[in-house]
Ligand binder design. Structure first.
Ligand code: ATP
Ligand code: MG
Length: 183
């Protein structure tokens, strides 16, 4: 599975639909302070099922919705869609019926989040599991926040182990075991 495009609509500072094309190789995003570089990474984290508002630098989940400026009114919803190249058909079962996989998350004020996979309604948990199995996802060590390196150095062994397990791609197994134990 390879990420090929990220589309943001009404997400944080990206009020008009904005596409970030993720080409083969390295993609660099440059721009002045406050232009929205970190917002792009947060959009990626969010569409993969992030549920902690703090990880999105907000007080509540609705803070990701465009809040308005002096010249533009606030929006009622935010949407991020992640286009994934699945031509090698490596997506987990349930998501593996097409060469392209589109995961969409939308949050509407006073209603909350809804997810779609190739236009079909899915649960947050399905999306989180999809990315956990692919060794990526909202908590993936591949996404490195500012200050995260020093956090890791100072972390307790248990939280450091969690990062290593995530990197080894076994955290999906833990989530499944936890779910099985609850049943
Ligand atoms: P730096 O180089 O300083 O790290 P950056 O390019 O990473 O900057 P971001 O932190 O991604 O910038 O973007 C911050 C901008 O996003 C601020 O101008 C802030 O006002 C805007 N912003 C954040 N949330 C919202 C929102 N809900 N509605 C409108 N604008 C928002
Ligand atoms: Mg930044």
């Amino acid at each position: 599975m390879r990420f090929s495009k990220l589309r943001l609509t009404g997400f944080k500072s990206f009020v008009d639909p904005t596409d970030l094309i993720i080409a083969d190789g390295l993609t660099g995003v440059v721009g002045p302070n406050g232009c929205g570089k970190s917002n792009l990474l947060e959009a990626l984290r969010w569409v993969m099922g992030e549920t902690r508002a703090k990880a999105m630098r907000g007080g509540g989940m609705e803070d990701v919705i465009f809040a308005g400026t002096a010249t533009r009114p606030a929006r009622n919803f935010a949407e991020v869609s992640l286009q994934i190249d699945n031509s090698e058909r490596l997506a987990p079962s349930g998501f593996n019926d097409a060469d392209q996989l589109d995961i969409v998350r939308r949050i509407t004020r006073d209603i909350g989040s809804a997810y779609k996979a190739n236009t079909k309604d899915v649960r947050a948990k399905d999306v989180q599991m999809l990315f956990a199995d692919a060794s990526t996802g909202a908590h993936s060590p591949a996404l490195v926040r500012q200050g995260q390196i020093s956090e890791l150095i100072n972390a307790k062994p248990k939280s450091r182990r969690r990062v290593l397990e995530e990197a080894a791609g076994i955290s999906g197994l833990y989530q499944r075991r936890h779910e099985a134990e609850l049943k």
